[in-house]
Every structure is written in structure tokens, then in C-alpha cells.
Design a protein around this ligand. Structure first.
Ligand code: SAM
Length: 303
């Protein structure tokens, strides 16, 4: 069971109560992916589809990270708003890192029909998604699925070789729920490569907060979640306090803009512990003034 499958299951579950066309299409894509992602994904889908299964998954959620399903919905709602606004402001190209089984690309292509979207994820994940989109008739020449291992790709060169990718176009980079799985220095290198290749591109991304014990994670996350993620090979590798976030991102050439307030009175984060932010990639020749090294501010990397 991978985290991409869990997110997909959450999308299917959410669509049982959220009847908006967006939630329904997101769930259709998630469902088609889960049907093609192996036996455990199919079992998960069967659970989500049954009333009893949904009840049990609700109990499981409470036993792992209470409110995490609603947090994902909160995060996706905000990302859609920001990304749509960026498209309205002139973005012509969107690069989604660690896209998983999510349907954000389709939403953005609806909002900006002239735009192009490039999704990067591991080959196995994108093979499933490609088959799922084809089965749904959602394969679209404006969307390219680009298999690759983040952290191993020389990103700037790789982007230049990507058919249809035009570094000079106004670009939005989205990294939702993925940076925390890569070591911090890998994320910073990757961001610097992007900043060099796509100066002034917009960035919408997430990063983990630190818990009271100093480990990266959700505030209400139970202790076994960390062990499970570690056993799955997808541990949260780093996190940052709100205070440290601008400096850590600045080391990657990111000028931090808005950070979604988890305690927003009108729309609070149902499971705080993951920063959602909007920023801009600045070329290394115009570095973000950091003033201090990040070492004392970063979380201890997990072993
Ligand atoms: C938690 S899922 C998030 C999926 C999607 N962004 C969302 O929020 O619904 C993390 C995704 O990042 C991908 N991922 C993690 N590490 C990666 C790496 N090194 N290279 C490429 N993709 C990676 C996983 O395959 C997975 O699809």
C-alpha cells in the first residue's frame, strides 16, 4: 500500500459526501487508478465503496491521524484556488511533481484550456495512471505523464529535453505531499535546479511541520504512523517550524509568499502539521538573502 493509493482512497471516500463535479471526477480518476494498482489497492477500493468499510476506515483514520481525510480535502481545495488564480494570471505551463493518482491536471486544463501540464512521478505510478486515464477517455494531448525519479534526475537538463516543455513560458510548479519524502538537501538541490531552469516560476508546495518532540509529522499523528511509513519506505524525512520555513526554502532559491494559516477562523486545517505555501523560484544569481545557515533550524533527518 503506497501513500498515492491512500490519497486515492481518500478522494473516493470524499466523493461520497462531496457531490461537486470536481470531487466526482477526482474520485473517478482515483478509482480507475486503484482498480489497476494491484490487489491491495483493489481491496482498499472495495472497503471505501462499502458503508461498513468506510466506517472501519474512519476508525482506522482516528487511530492513525484523526482528520487526515478532511486535511487532504482542505489542502486540495486551497491548491486548486491558488493554481486556478495562477492560470488566470497568465501561467501557460504547469509542472506537477509527485502527481500520484490525483486529478488536479484535469481541473487546471479546464480552467486554462491553452495551458499544458507535465506530471512527474515514478514509472510504476504513472503507468497505472496512464492506463486509468485512457480507460476513462481522459488522455489528453495537453497532459504529459513524465516518468522519473525525483532526486536522481538532473532536472534542468531533463526538462529541456522534454517534448513540448518550454522553459521560457510562465510556469507554475506544484509539489503537493511529496517534498517530505525526499531528504532536505535533495529538495533544496531540486528547487535550485528548477530556479535556474525556470526563473520566476510560481511554486505551490507542501512541507511537514515539526511535532512537539522535534520529529516531522502531523500534530495529532499516533506514534505507529511514523513506524508504518518507515516500514513502507516512505518516512517523512524532514520538517520545518513556521519560523524556519522561509530560510530552508530560501536555501533552495524560493521566495516564500503566502502560507495557508492552519488556524484560519473560516476554514481551519482539520489536521494541522503540513505547511501549504505559495512562492516564487528566484534565479541563483539573485539569491534570497538568508543571513543565517539553516543547520540549527532544521529537524534532525530521520535515519
Ligand atoms: C503522498 S503521494 C501525493 C500524491 C499527490 N501529489 C496528491 O497529493 O494527491 C506522494 C507521491 O509522490 C511520489 N514520489 C515520492 N517520491 C518520489 C520520487 N523520488 N520521485 C518521483 N515521485 C516520487 C509518489 O510516487 C506518490 O505518487
Amino acid at each position: 500500500m503506497s501513500t498515492a493509493m491512500l490519497l486515492a482512497a481518500a478522494a473516493v471516500r470524499q466523493a461520497h459526501t462531496d457531490r461537486t463535479p470536481e470531487a466526482q471526477r477526482n474520485a473517478a480518476i482515483a478509482r480507475a487508478c486503484l482498480q489497476r494498482a494491484g490487489e491491495s489497492a483493489e481491496r482498499l477500493l472495495r472497503a471505501v465503496d462499502g458503508r461498513l468499510g468506510r466506517g472501519l476506515l474512519g476508525l482506522l483514520e482516528a487511530a492513525c491521524v484523526p482528520g487526515i481525510g478532511a486535511h487532504y480535502a482542505w489542502r486540495k481545495r486551497r491548491i486548486r484556488q491558488w493554481a486556478r488564480q495562477a492560470c488566470a494570471d497568465g501561467v501557460r505551463q504547469v509542472l506537477i511533481l509527485g502527481a500520484g493518482f490525483d486529478g488536479l491536471a484535469q481541473t487546471l486544463l479546464d480552467a486554462a484550456p491553452a495551458a499544458r501540464v507535465f506530471e512527474v512521478d515514478r514509472p510504476a505510478t504513472l503507468a497505472v495512471k496512464r492506463a486509468a486515464l485512457a480507460a476513462l477517455g481522459l488522455d489528453d494531448a495537453r497532459l504529459q505523464l513524465c516518468p522519473g525519479e525525483l532526486g536522481a534526475l538532473p532536472l534542468a537538463r531533463w526538462l529541456r529535453g522534454l517534448p513540448g516543455f518550454a522553459p521560457e513560458l510562465p510556469t507554475l510548479v506544484i509539489a503537493e505531499g511529496v517534498f517530505m519524502y525526499l531528504p532536505l538537501d535533495t529538495v533544496q538541490t531540486l528547487l535550485r535546479q528548477l530556479a535556474r531552469a525556470l526563473p520566476d516560476a510560481d511554486l505551490i508546495a507542501t512541507a511537514m511541520d515539526l511535532r512537539r518532540d522535534g520529529t516531522p509529522g502531523f500534530a495529532r499523528q499516533r506514534p505507529w504512523v511514523r513506524r508504518w511509513l518507515q516500514w513502507r519506505g516512505e518516512p517523512f524525512r524532514w520538517g520545518a517550524s513556521r519560523q524556519a520555513l522561509p530560510l530552508l526554502l530560501g536555501q533552495g532559491g524560493v521566495r516564500l509568499g503566502d502560507v495557508a494559516a492552519p488556524d484560519d477562523g473560516e476554514d481551519p486545517d482539520p489536521a494541522p502539521g503540513e505547511w501549504l505555501f505559495h512562492g516564487c523560484l528566484s534565479h541563483p544569481d539573485h539569491p534570497v538573502p538568508a543571513g543565517r545557515t539553516h543547520a540549527p533550524l532544521m529537524a534532525a533527518a530521520l535515519p
